[in-house]
Design a protein around this ligand. Structure first.
Ligand SMILES: Cc1cc2nc3c(=O)[nH]c(=O)nc-3n(C[C@H](O)[C@H](O)[C@H](O)COP(=O)(O)OP(=O)(O)OC[C@H]3O[C@@H](n4cnc5c(N)ncnc54)[C@H](O)[C@@H]3O)c2cc1C
Length: 439
């Protein structure tokens, strides 16, 4: 008899946790992801602000599951699901809509940016979700300093050195603070025509306070810290317009070439693939065993799922995805082995943290609310612990110590800054050759 086949789509926090929970299950596991790597998203902002390099927060999925013999990793993009024939369809490098059958399916395809109906903002205000996004933002931020240094007219420096973050949730706050530290420490002595410390960093949100998921006192502490770092915090107004010249907020234009979007997320199209009920945001409504109603063989977990606990929807955070992945894996394992199913899924909230520049974080659990250096040490320890491999943990730990002591960052490279793909004859390489031959 053919072994039971479990297809997992997405090797983010949820999908990877599910795959690992099935490591001793006598089944064939197929893990499909459209990238070849697992990304530790909470540290993406550190790649975008040059503290870490991409390889320090991303790890090849194949390598992570090297010793898990029952699991096959496939690089492919899932485009649909047929619930009746129990089949997912995936595009791989050279084929379209390849059918892959399943006995159990776990959809863990996460979320992407949401521009709240203003998709035209995207070309001017990139979001941060993938390693490619982080590198693109790093290029954009570093390039702004290069453009300003090359600009002979000092009246243009202020506009070129204005950085706007739209969204004062954890990512916006962490990025704004990290850019503030970058301009005042790392880049301090590296330019001659401009003073990087004169950069204007503006954090905008329609909410009345920064870090809305945190308590008011922690929110206040974070805001004070941001202002101490020189970040201009503009709250209570949504952005009316974003274009090549900057933004308009509360009727006031702010000129900037570097606008970054950290405001909203939208789930993957898993609900459309399954043609099942979703919440208003488009997340699949699941039952408390994480399955789709009427389909005990289909699980949806993490950011793309919607489940209420104690009358409130579970948040889109890594811990929810990890705990749901483990639960789905255990439930499937028990079904295959004939063991009793675990009770309904229950999320255990271990707390939330956000870092606000060097040596300062806010931390909130059920009973504890702290801010400052102690919270930052806790933040660092927890984030190191959840990185995918020991080599990443060691590498990030050493980088953080180095950056803390010297102010130097891991990667200040502008990669592919003319937009040329590797191997293409266009771009910087052509420019260098032209310069050489003209001598
Ligand atoms: C910048 C940023 C900072 C964050 N900071 C924190 C934090 O500090 N703390 C916290 O708890 N949470 C944080 N989060 C949220 C957290 O990362 C998410 O809640 C978590 O990643 C959700 O896990 P997931 O498995 O549902 O999805 P993800 O981890 O996003 O994984 C989805 C996977 O599915 C793959 N995929 C998507 N579509 C397809 C497809 N069609 N075919 C094949 N593969 C596909 C993707 O490539 C990806 O690997 C942050 C998120 C971001 C973007």
């Amino acid at each position: 008899m053919a072994p039971t086949r479990i297809v997992i789509v997405g090797a983010g926090f949820g999908g990877l946790a599910a795959a690992k929970a099935l490591r001793n299950t006598s089944a064939q596991i197929i893990l499909i992801d459209r990238t070849n790597h697992h990304v530790f998203q909470p540290l993406l902002y550190q790649v975008a602000t040059s503290v870490l390099s991409p390889g320090q927060i991303g790890s090849p999925i194949r390598g992570i599951l090297r010793n898990q013999k029952n699991t096959t990793v496939i690089l492919g993009e899932v485009t649909g699901v047929d619930k009746d024939t129990k089949c997912v369809f995936a595009n791989d490098a050279d084929r379209q809509d390849v059918p892959i059958t399943y006995d159990y399916l776990i959809l863990a395809t996460g979320a992407t940016h949401s521009y709240f109906g203003h998709n035209e903002f995207e070309q001017y205000a990139p979001g941060l979700k993938t390693l490619a996004d982080a590198v693109a933002i790093r290029n954009k931020v570093l390039k702004a300093f290069e453009l300003a240094e090359a600009e002979e007219d000092p009246t243009r420096h202020r506009d070129l050195l204005t950085f706007i973050l739209v969204g004062a949730g954890p990512t916006g706050v962490e990025m704004a603070a990290a850019i503030a530290v970058l301009v005042r420490s790392t880049l301090k002595s590296e330019f001659r025509r401009i003073d990087p410390a004169s950069a204007r960093i503006v954090l905008v949100d329609m909410a009345p306070r920064v870090l809305p998921p945190f308590s008011e006192d922690l929110s206040k502490a974070a805001r004070q810290r941001l202002e101490k770092l020189g970040v201009e915090v503009r709250l209570g107004h949504s952005v009316d317009q974003i274009d090549a010249d900057g933004i308009v907020v509360a009727g006031e234009p702010i000129v900037s070439k570097t606008v970054i979007w950290t405001a909203g997320v939208a789930p993957s199209p898993a609900g459309k693939w399954l043609k099942v009920e979703t919440d208003r945001a488009g997340r699949v409504r699941i039952q408390n065993d994480l399955t789709v109603p009427g389909h005990p063989e289909i699980f949806v977990i993490g950011d793309t799922a919607s489940l209420d606990q104690n009358g409130k929807p579970l948040p889109g955070v890594a811990q929810v995805a990890i705990q749901q992945g483990r639960y789905a894996g255990k439930l499937i394992h028990n079904r295959i082995t004939g063991n009793t199913a675990p009770g309904p899924f229950s999320y255990f909230d271990k707390g939330s943290m956000a870092v606000v520049g060097k040596g300062f974080a806010v931390l909130q659990t059920r009973n504890v609310r702290v801010s400052g250096f102690g919270a930052w040490l806790m933040w660092a320890a927890v984030h190191l612990q959840f990185l995918a491999t020991s080599s990443l943990r060691l590498s990030v730990f050493l980088q953080w110590i180095w950056t803390y002591l010297t102010g130097q960052r891991g990667s200040l490279l502008i990669v592919n800054h003319h937009g040329a793909e590797p191997g293409s004859t266009a771009g910087s390489d052509t420019g260098i050759r032209a310069a050489v031959s003209s001598k």
